[in-house]
Structure formats: structure tokens, C-alpha cells
Design a protein around this ligand. Structure first.
Ligand SMILES: *Cc1c(COP(=O)(O)O)cnc(C)c1O
Length: 394
């Protein structure tokens, strides 16, 4: 028997893996020390947990532990990377390149840089939703100091060619940041192979706790310099002051270790479930179209449009399956998703698109039950004769 409600919104957040909770609990109870209190056993115990976690996160990136800066999540990591690198590089130039498909946690710091006098170019994706190295190359100028392009998109799941963009940036002497909140733990991300200089990640997207993440900062060739965005006790090599969230960091470490160990098997399993869901919805719902379907995508992502049936209404009909219309992060605003619009969809096409996110605890039974409910709900809405005619197939 399937248990309702079914959670298929893994891009918004993920359930905490019980193994991760197990790794965190001691640091919420008996080992409550401050990791900066090196003068006694309580502090040393906490510091030891942070050291292990730093190795685990670095290990998942094939990086050095000292290059990991713990933060409150990918939003903070993106702010530190973008504001920090641009402000520290001001003497070299004043131009930043990013893409129109980025998460708000990248776009908004870029807007802030514009207020500070930087110029920002927002590169458009190709028709599949991919930001190509050629498009980035065309945007570079003599004054460019930073490129920020996400590893995997949080709405349509498309993967960007990081290695090609990294190669280009290296050639031009420009720093390359990637928001890997969705890709970390799900795609191979050895930082030296993909050629990035700064990488943001978040625990709660990989079955870890909310409110903790990290920024990887390259320490060699080049040694990346950042201006901090928080000032205080000088924790995390002066880049992120504030008492460390020891339990959260222990959770991020465990989540990273588990994701690394199980990534390949998990990816295949989740991809098979996603393909099953996609096949069934496309077979049983006339005109269904997959956003980003022409590109390499995250295994657990399915962003799909059902012509003539608005996603918000559909989600009300299928309340016991948790999915998302557009991006959960921006769903407080009624406008159609900037990602779907950036992909070239009309407002109508964007408004009929639903995002399914599958992950570690998703089962075949859940996928089948979800498909059945969505197929039935779309048919009901269409038979009820929505005045809006079905869009022509693309
Ligand atoms: C979730 C997400 C973020 C924000 O991460 P938080 O840890 O919640 O701050 C940023 N970028 C992308 C691509 C995301 O998916």
C-alpha cells in the first residue's frame, strides 16, 4: 500500500536520511561544545566532528579539506562567492557574466553588484535550456572578473557543460563559480576535472538538514581571494564568522559521504523511475511536453506541461501528491517561472508546467500512484471543458 501524501518535490528540499540524523544527534545532546573552544574537551570534541565533516565534504569534491567554508546553505555560499569575488577583484575589472536561468540566490547578488557599479551580463540558454561555453565566451570582455553558471538547473534539471566553461575561464584568467546545490551528490563533481574555482552546495538537497551548506574555494592555481560578507570572530579562515553549526555540519558531512558512496546506484534507480513516470504521463496525456527534455538532465527531474490545464489548479486537485509549479522558491510570486520563460516558453506554456522531483526515498509504487492521479485529474479538467483550448503540439 502506498502511503499518502506522496513527496515528489525533491528539488525544493529532501527528507532527512535517518543515517544523517544519527550522525547529528550526539552534537545536539551530549557533545554540545563550541568548536572554537580549543581549551577544553567539549570544544575539542565538537572541533573533531567538524574536521571529519570537512574531510567528507572535500572528499565528495576531490578537494582539500581546508578549501571548504561552512555556511548556512547555498544561498549564503552564492552570496559569499559572487559578492566576495567581485568586490575582491574590483581592481582587475568590473564585469560579471551569469545566465538568465540561475536561481534567485545567484541573480539577486548579481543585481546587488549592479547597484555597486558592476556590469552584469545575463546569458540566454540554448533552446534545450543549456548555457553553452560559446554563449559565455561571447559575453566575456577585457573587464570580466567572474563567471557564475549553475551546475544543474533546479526547475528543468538541465546540466551545463562545466568543464568547457571552466576551460574557457581558465584561458581568459576569469574566476568561475558554480551553484551546485542541485548537482552536488547527484553528478560527478571533481572540482579539478570540472575546472571551477568556487562551488556552492547545500545539505538539505542531499537528504541532510536545512540551514547548512558549504562553499568550496580553490586555494591553488589560482588562490582565490574573497571579501567576507560577515564580520565577527574570524571563523572559517576569516571568510565566515559565526559559531559553527556543529550538528548541522556533522549532518552535511554524513550526507556527503552517503551521497558519494551511493551516487551511481541511486542515479540509475531514480532515472528508471523518472523515465517510467515520464513515459506514462506522455503516453496517457495528449500533447504533454517535457521542458529541458532535449538536454542531459538530473536523473530525478521531470518538468512537464499539460496543454490547457493550469498547473496551480491541477495541484489543488491532486493535493496528496506534493509537486511544484515553477520554482518553490519563487512561488510566492504569481508570475510564471523566469526559468521556463528564459527557456522560451510562452506564459501559457509556463503556467501549465509541473515539476516532479524524485529522490532517495521515492518508490515505484509512489510513481505509479502519482501518475494515475495526475492522468485522471488532467482528463477531468479537460472534460470539464476548460474554456482555454489545448495548445498545438510543438
Ligand atoms: C535550493 C537551491 C538554492 C538555495 O539553497 P539553500 O541552501 O536553501 O539556501 C540555491 N540554488 C539552487 C540551484 C538550489 O536548488
Amino acid at each position: 500500500m502506498v502511503k499518502f501524501p506522496i513527496y515528489l518535490d525533491y528539488h525544493a528540499t529532501t527528507p532527512l536520511d535517518p543515517r544523517v540524523l544519527g550522525a547529528m544527534l550526539p552534537y545536539l545532546t551530549e557533545h554540545f561544545g563550541n568548536a572554537a573552544s580549543r581549551t577544553h574537551a567539549f570544544g575539542l570534541r565538537a572541533e573533531a566532528a567538524v574536521t571529519v565533516a570537512r574531510e567528507e565534504v572535500a572528499g565528495a569534491l576531490s578537494a582539500e579539506p581546508r578549501e571548504i567554508i561552512f555556511t548556512s546553505g547555498a544561498t549564503e555560499s552564492n552570496n559569499l562567492a559572487i559578492l566576495g569575488a567581485a568586490r575582491a577583484g574590483r581592481a582587475k575589472g568590473d564585469h560579471v557574466v551569469t545566465s538568465v536561468l540561475e536561481h534567485r540566490a545567484v541573480l539577486d547578488p548579481c543585481r546587488q553588484l549592479e547597484k555597486e557599479g558592476f556590469r552584469v551580463t545575463y546569458v540566454a540558454p540554448d533552446r534545450h535550456g543549456v548555457t553553452s561555453a560559446d554563449a559565455v565566451a561571447a559575453a566575456l570582455t577585457e573587464r570580466t572578473i567572474l563567471v557564475s553558471v549553475m551546475a544543474a538547473n533546479n526547475e528543468i534539471g538541465t546540466l551545463n557543460p562545466l568543464a568547457a566553461i571552466g576551460h574557457l575561464c581558465k584561458e581568459r584568467g576569469v574566476l568561475f563559480h558554480t551553484d551546485a546545490a542541485q548537482a552536488f551528490g547527484k553528478t560527478p563533481l571533481a572540482v579539478h576535472e570540472v575546472g571551477v574555482d568556487l562551488l556552492s552546495l547545500s545539505a538539505h538537497k542531499i537528504c541532510g538538514p536545512k540551514g547548512v551548506g558549504a562553499l568550496w574555494v580553490r586555494s591553488l592555481n589560482p588562490r582565490v581571494k574573497l571579501d567576507p560578507i560577515l564580520y565577527g570572530g574570524g571563523h572559517e579562515r576569516g571568510l565566515r564568522s559565526g559559531t559553527l553549526n556543529v550538528a548541522g555540519i556533522a549532518g552535511l558531512g554524513a550526507a556527503s559521504r552517503i551521497a558519494l558512496a551511493e551516487r551511481e546506484a541511486e542515479e540509475a534507480r531514480v532515472r528508471a523511475l523518472r523515465d517510467r513516470l515520464q513515459l506514462r504521463l506522455c503516453a496517457e496525456i495528449a500533447g504533454a511536453f517535457v521542458n529541458g527534455g532535449g538536454a542531459e538532465r538530473l536523473a530525478g527531474n521531470l518538468n512537464i506541461g499539460f496543454p490547457g490545464v493550469r498547473a496551480d489548479g491541477l495541484m489543488m486537485d491532486v493535493r496528496d501528491v506534493a509537486v511544484s509549479a515553477g520554482s518553490a522558491c519563487t512561488s510566492a510570486t504569481p508570475e510564471p517561472s523566469h526559468v521556463l520563460r528564459g527557456l522560451g516558453l510562452s506564459p501559457e506554456e509556463a503556467n501549465v508546467s509541473v515539476r516532479f522531483g524524485l529522490g532517495r526515498f521515492t518508490t515505484e509504487e509512489e510513481v505509479d500512484a502519482a501518475a494515475e492521479r495526475f492522468v485522471a485529474a488532467v482528463r477531468r479538467r479537460r472534460e470539464a471543458g476548460t474554456p482555454r483550448p489545448a495548445l498545438p503540439p510543438k
